[in-house]
Design a protein around this ligand. Structure first.
Ligand code: F6P
Ligand code: MG
Length: 454
């Protein structure tokens, strides 16, 4: 039940795995420690201080293990719902492995689980998020794109009067395609890659204007957006569906996801949207429930943007209030299944989390956002770029009950599939002409799999 291609590993020097395991992860941990020190310096209660110092010691030890070829050990039973899943996986495949010679996807996920453990075994700091400050800060520095969107979308979506039915549908189609791209490119602001972003860098990543979107569409190297539109229109014509988002990053990306989901609800393309987040801090910027609440509450009550005009603040508040109302009415639901924070790929989802698989199979369309979700869908292995998406995701396309899936991913790591019949040549050309094209986030894919009835 595994794909025929080898999975990337830390010692593969040609792969982004090598730089990630050797340099990026120790840097991320180091920055995490700096954050805890900041908190420590603001704490006054001795018992809490001593407790937090031990968290730092555990993070330090983890950093040593990461850099010192230590063997991966089981996860301590800290009461989290995923401990059994983790230890089963370690016992079955990764006993005696190190961070460098275990598959990259697993080893990287394991690092974030061990980081969580550094806090979960403490008394006072179980829910501490070493990335929370960074996540909030980046959103606060995204004002230009945030207001560009809120000023446009705070008013409920309406079609110009006097349009013929065909013209109405065309207007909706154009809006859908634009928002799909906004949702897609929202994924390029990923804190794990852009550790010290300047305001200008953030701005250039978040440009949302129409011209920009036309230009960026040619960077979507596997593009099923047309089919995607047909799919959602058909959904509306039948029952008006349920659409799920397996979320990726907090802050600006989540904000774009919500703008998109808002349109899906308003246009009747979806009746219900379910968002799937993480139970604890994950791959630096991934969404937790705390990030979700922070975003909606900051939009409604926050003072994040001191330079903004009253009109801008009002637009953001109205948008936030509408989204909160969706939550109250059950049109938007936030969920956090333990499986999302494990080292399993999604090839194993139907076996290791059958309840979640069944739950997803009841959805009409599941969006998987971002790079990590794409790696998990595709087993993070060296499949040829011309491989069909449906083949690359294995049981998530072929198992009975597999949901309809759409991966919205800006390319930030090695695995690329779904490029079409000439995809291998295209990738080869880019390898030659634009080294680093696979980690820049400049290119993307929008890939659809129809799923299989249960
Ligand atoms: O460490 C690499 C990685 O796992 C890549 O997936 C990507 O560079 C980043 O971390 C996460 O990206 P995303 O937030 O889009 O999943
Ligand atoms: Mg992420």
């Amino acid at each position: 039940n595994n794909p025929p291609w080898p999975a990337y590993r830390g010692y593969h020097e040609y792969s982004f795995a090598y730089a990630t395991m050797g340099q990026r992860l120790p840097t991320i941990l180091g920055k995490g420690i700096e954050d805890v020190v900041l908190t420590l310096n603001q704490e006054y209660d001795e018992e809490r201080i001593v407790d937090l110092v031990k968290c730092i010691e555990r993070m330090d030890a983890l950093k040593q293990e990461l850099q010192g070829q230590a063997k991966l050990r089981p996860i301590i039973d800290d009461g989290e719902a995923d401990v059994a899943l983790w230890n089963k996986l370690i016992a079955k495949y990764f006993q005696g492995k190190t961070f460098m010679n275990a598959p990259w996807l697993f080893a990287e996920a394991y690092k974030y689980r061990r980081l969580q453990e550094s806090f979960s075994v403490s008394k006072h700091w179980k829910n501490y998020d070493v990335f929370f400050r960074q996540k909030c800060d980046t959103f606060s520095r995204s004002s230009e794109a945030v207001f560009e969107l809120s000023m446009r979308f705070a008013e409920p979506f309406t079609l110009r009067p006097n349009l013929s039915p065909e013209e109405q549908l065309e207007a909706e189609r154009l809006m859908f395609l634009e928002l799909t791209q906004i949702c897609l490119w929202g994924n390029s602001t990923d804190l794990s890659l852009l550790i010290n972003m300047t305001e200008d860098q953030i701005k250039s990543l978040q440009s949302t204007g129409g011209d920009h979107l036309a230009a960026t569409e040619k960077n979507i190297l596997g593009n099923h957006m047309k089919r995607l539109w047909e799919t959602v229109v058909n959904l509306r014509a039948s029952t008006g569906g349920r659409i799920d988002f397996v979320l990726d990053n907090a802050g600006f990306e989540l904000y774009c996801d919500c703008v998109y989901a808002d349109f899906l609800i308003q246009s009747g393309l979806a009746k219900e949207v379910r968002f799937h987040g993480k139970r604890y801090p994950w791959f630096v910027s991934d969404v937790t429930k705390k990030d979700w609440d922070w975003l909606l509450n900051s939009m409604v009550y926050g003072h994040l943007f001191p330079k903004a005009s009253q009109e801008e603040i009002d637009s953001l508040r109205r948008l936030g209030m509408r989204w909160k109302q969706y939550e109250k009415e059950g049109k938007w639901v936030y969920e956090q299944h333990p499986f999302w924070c494990t080292g399993y790929t999604f090839w194993e989802l139907h076996n290791e989390a059958p309840d979640l698989f069944l739950h997803l199979s009841r959805s009409d369309l599941v969006f998987f956002k971002g790079d990590l979700n794409h790696r998990k869908l595709t087993y993070d292995c060296a499949a040829p770029p011309s491989t069909d998406f449906e083949i690359a995701i294995g049981p998530m396309a072929s198992a009975a009950g597999a949901p309809r899936i759409c991966s919205l991913r800006t390319i930030k790591s090695d695995v690329v599939v779904g490029f079409g019949p000439d995809g291998d040549e295209l990738a080869e050309k880019l390898d030659k002409e634009e080294p680093g094209w696979k980690i820049s986030g400049k290119y993307a894919v929008v890939l659809l799999s129809e799923g299989r009835p249960g």
